[in-house]
Design a protein around this ligand. Sequence first.
Ligand code: GRG
Ligand code: OMD
Length: 365
Amino acid sequence: MDSLRLQPPLLLSVGVQQRDHCLPSFCSIQQNTKRQTSLSNQRIKRRPTVIRCQKFSGWKYSYPEISHRSINTSSNASMQALQPEPKANDSAIMSMSKPISTSLNAFYRFSRPHTVIGTALSIFSVSLLAVESLPDISPLFLTGLLEAVVSALFMNIYIVGLNQLSDIDIDKVNKPTLPLASGEYSPAVRVAIASTFAAMSFGVGFVVGSMHLLWALFVSFVLGTAYSINLPYFRWKRSAIVSALCIVAVRAMIVQLAFFLHIQTFIFRRLVAFSRPLIFATAFMTFFSVVIALFKDIPDIEGDPIFGILSFSVRLGQKKVFWICVGLLEMAYVVAMSIGASSSYSWCCCPCNPSCNPMEACTIS
Ligand SMILES: CC(C)=CCC/C(C)=C/CC/C(C)=C/CC/C(C)=C/COP(=O)(O)OP(=O)(O)O
Ligand SMILES: O=C(O)Cc1cc(O)ccc1O
């Protein structure tokens, strides 16, 4: 199977047979009287099962080919025979929706959704820390928040896109289902997507005109580029410490401080004042970002050393790094809970209580 793994064309030629062979019994096409209902259920279950089988048997290069081919197998053909004939209109819609859903699926994987979700939640929560009273939650605030999230998500997609562009060979070993590693995007499309998202991010930043927002985008752009790009003096991801510092700088410092200041000064037109909750959130996110930096390399110990990436997982071993991360998270949560429990800053400072202004009560000036 290992020899198959590095030869996608060979894999394709045997793909159908192998796949059917590895399907558990409930996936097989049953020739029984309840055929129609059981077949439609299989359609829904089929894709994840195939992917699981791929992983199990190490078919690392075959993701897109197999998922496309599954539509054309003889068993699927017999399924189609059982469906009512699609009308001309239906089949046109079906043939259009397949490429659309395939492209959406590829873009979803390309965008690294776990990072996008993290960015959106971070910006949303730190923006709420700038809210001092309920009337602050106005259309003006919501628009400012939306602009901040959209521009940051565009930059996020640029950063992870450039990372995949620079890591095509590593990802063929570590993460072969990513659309660049699996060859779903042509070289021109890859570069176009990444640069368009960087341009759109700065475009939104310039249109909004907030200095803190523009700084946040610019510093993230520089660090995200320096982290991945394969040019002399760059590709900082080669150093475990520098790459962790990049992630801490963006996730813990830029996202927390710059986006808070964007809302506080640009949207609310207030003076700069760092509140205790903001300092607390920044300290917590510093721990959390170290954990992100360590954790994200745990699955990559196969490909990273081949390409000179000596991550902590490669140096210390996956188990050790895993438990270090668990320890760091436990420490962060215990410290956070203790600070919360012993703090004089209580719920009375919530923005819904008009008698208490959290910024006055808690500002560190
Ligand atoms: C625009 C703003 C404010 C936020 C963007 C949010 C992001 C993406 C923050 C991360 C900052 C940064 C410098 C990230 C570089 C990290 C990166 C691209 C890591 C990918 O790590 P690899 O190990 O190379 O990738 P895989 O996960 O694909 O293996
Ligand atoms: O977003 C981050 O904080 C780090 C990160 C992790 C990952 O697995 C892929 C991309 C990426 O930017």
